[in-house]
Design a protein around this ligand. Structure first.
Ligand SMILES: Cc1cc2nc3c(=O)[nH]c(=O)nc-3n(C[C@H](O)[C@H](O)[C@H](O)COP(=O)(O)OP(=O)(O)OC[C@H]3O[C@@H](n4cnc5c(N)ncnc54)[C@H](O)[C@@H]3O)c2cc1C
Length: 496
């Protein structure tokens, strides 16, 4: 066991998972977090009897959390429990169609055949390819650094090539889906998976089709108590293992000597460590903590993922036709993505996502007879737009959309309203331009262009979280923590 110290900057999901793994390797681990709470984007709040998860709402790959507890030899049940959802999402279209996307693929295919006349065989084929690609290709991205030579020897590269379809790289996700399905409704439904990493399905490679594997082969899950339970579980486990957290402590600088890390500056005080892991957005890490504007400018060249405008509404009524996850689709999906990634203009008919945790745990997240609506639209990352004007614009567009589909005016039912914009996402979690997932995957090489999990020029400096490899989203950040801890083990204690 090592007695060296590791300093982690940021207590987001990636930072806490890295803290747990490195503590288990024997390091003394200190986490400095600028906020006075853990979790970063994975946070929650309560107001007037309504509880809202503030950021992520969809939970997939629960085994990644279980892995951390198993590694720590700590029973998970006192900390965390979850259930599989029967329906991953309810999809509403303006012609009145509602598709229940069952997590059981046979029920899902049956529903699709009934509602869209799409032959079940097409769904099975699609999900079969997604599963193979996920297991063989995504496995390399999720468990290995793409930037060290050992990956070539360790990762099952040949198996990955065997599962690689040319179309995954040559076609856009939309073109791939159009060739897989007859029904435009299904093309739109499967195009949506590009938004899971903040990308544009009309540009992002068909490789993103493998994301559908998670929901429709493995399942969508709900953590008891809401998404905040993930933060609480990781934080409690880290504390139990002896990780030290310092809240309200913003790291001002990563200090180096002879191109080696030697610690961080916090409140003008030096804290020494020969290994530092930054869970802060990588662009801001270079710009503010390493004072390296050239490197920061290089990162800035990559296109940002989309951001979001979120309205947290306490609704004075219950809607039985809605489930935990609901999508009200735009009539013009292509136009919507063109607005988000190309023109940057407000879009009149946005796709609206509504998450209602009170559906799974009635009475726990909203007063009886009421519902906690997390209402989100995708918007461009912040480039200085007038967000208060956009907030008013989207509030109107969202209400219009919901009213049309539900056939009822919801505006008088909104008794509580809070908003999160790209600007507040950036100010709360230091995520550059408020993008949800770091950089977008809108080009074929994007997966390879994400910043590595380590610095090539400063020994002892590592990176974890949504802005670096393997990417944003809770499962990817958890996988990134595993990659970082393996890189550190290989370098500093290969015999562990
Ligand atoms: C609205 C929204 C919806 C989302 N939906 C989903 C979803 O449904 N499913 C999903 O899987 N993912 C979703 N995501 C993405 C998911 O939230 C993130 O990928 C994940 O939480 C990011 O974790 P992270 O490790 O990158 O850290 P972050 O959450 O970005 O945390 C970084 C931490 O570093 C701290 N920090 C920054 N600078 C400093 C400094 N100088 N000193 C000290 N501390 C510092 C910050 O305060 C913060 O706590 C969503 C995100 C948002 C915002």
């Amino acid at each position: 066991m090592s007695s060296q110290k590791v300093i982690i900057i940021g207590a987001g999901v990636g930072g806490m998972a890295a803290a747990i793994r490195l503590r288990l390797q024997g390091y003394a681990v200190e986490v400095f977090e600028k906020n006075d709470y853990p979790g970063g984007k994975l946070n929650h709040f309560e107001t007037n009897g309504f509880r809202f998860d503030a950021g992520p709402s969809l939970f997939t790959s629960p085994q990644l959390i279980e892995d951390l507890f198993a590694l720590a030899k700590e029973p998970i049940s006192p900390y965390f429990s979850y259930e599989k959802l029967e329906v991953a999402c309810n999809y509403f279209y303006e012609d009145g169609t509602c598709i229940r996307a069952y997590t059981d693929k046979y029920n899902f295919a049956k529903e699709l055949e009934e509602k869209t006349k799409e032959p079940s065989e097409n769904i099975y084929q699609y999900l079969h390819h997604a599963s193979r690609a996920y297991k063989n290709i995504a496995g390399i991205f999720l468990h290995h650094s793409l930037h060290v030579v050992q990956t070539i020897f360790r990762a099952p590269i040949l198996k990955a090539f065997g599962s690689l379809k040319l179309a995954y790289l040559t076609k856009s996700l939309n073109a791939y889906n159009e060739s897989a399905f007859k029904s435009p409704k299904l093309v739109q439904l499967f195009n949506r998976f590009a938004t899971y990493n903040g990308s544009n399905p009309y540009k992002a490679p068909a490789m993103l089709s493998l994301i559908s594997h998670l929901e429709h082969n493995e399942g969508a899950f709900y953590p008891k108590g809401g998404m905040i339970s993930i933060t609480n579980a990781l934080y409690a486990l880290a504390l139990k293992l002896g990780v030290q957290f310092f809240f309200g402590k913003s790291v001002q600088e990563i200090t180096t000597q002879a191109n080696k890390v030697n610690g961080v500056m916090v409140d003008q005080q030096q804290h020494f460590a020969s290994i530092v892991v930054s869970n802060m957005d990588v662009y801001f890490t270079y710009k503010h903590l390493l004072n390296n504007p050239t490197k920061a400018a290089n990162i800035k060249k990559q296109e940002r993922s989309s951001s979001a405008l979120i309205f947290y509404w306490g609704i004075n009524k219950t809607f039985p036709q809605l489930d935990v996850h609901n999508i009200f689709f735009s009539k013009d999906y292509k136009g919507e993505f063109n607005a988000i990634f190309n023109t940057g203009l407000p879009f009149e008919d946005p796709t609206v996502y509504i998450n209602i945790t009170n559906k799974v745990e009635p009475g726990m997240h909203a007063p009886v007879g009421k519902e906690n609506w997390f209402v989100m639209v995708n918007v461009p990352a912040n480039t200085g737009q007038d967000w208060s004007a956009l907030e008013a614009f989207y509030r109107h567009a969202i209400i219009k959309k919901i009213n049309t589909i539900l056939g009822e005016d919801i505006s008088p039912l909104i008794e509580v309203s809070e908003v999160l914009s790209p600007v507040t996402i950036e100010s709360k979690t230091a995520s550059y331009m408020g993008s949800l997932y770091g950089t977008s995957s809108n080009n074929k090489m994007a997966a390879f262009m994400r910043h590595p999990n380590f610095s090539k020029s400063i020994e002892g400096l590592y990176f974890v979280g949504g802005s670096v490899h393997p990417g944003g989203g809770i499962p990817l950040c958890l996988s990134g923590a595993e990659i970082v801890s393996n890189l550190i083990k290989d370098k500093y204690s290969p015999n562990l």
